[in-house]
Design a protein around this ligand. Sequence first.
Ligand SMILES: [Zn+2]
Length: 147
Amino acid sequence: MKTQVLGVNAPTQTCTDKKCPFHGELDVKKELFTGVVIKKDINHSATIEWFVSHYVKKYERYALKRSRLRVHNPACINAEVGYEVLVAKTRPLSKTKHHVILKVLGKKEKITGTEVKVDEAAGRYAAKEDEEEGGKGGVKSKYQSKK
Ligand SMILES: [Zn+2]
């Protein structure tokens, strides 16, 4: 049993999982990701997701890129859906899993991607309203000037 893996303290609970970085025989590599758990399956598997915004020159706007990763979720950590987790690279654990959860960082109510989308839409809607009001005002002032 290891007390620390990559500077992360072992969880208070213990497990008998061979694929656990703390209580098993699994070595982790120093390649870390953080993401939110969006799906939790049997056999200690989970799917995490995170968003990266990048600039699209043609449209002069930012687009969100979604990344997803299948990860191993040891019994001693047992991360739930909606929680942000720290993940490290390992040897291949199964056909689709090459990463393991090290630590639960905390609960995340909203996923960043949806938050940004909502904000953008609200901003655009508000801007449109302003333009319309301005246009009406302009027409009124024209009429007034004619009179
Ligand atoms: Zn464990």
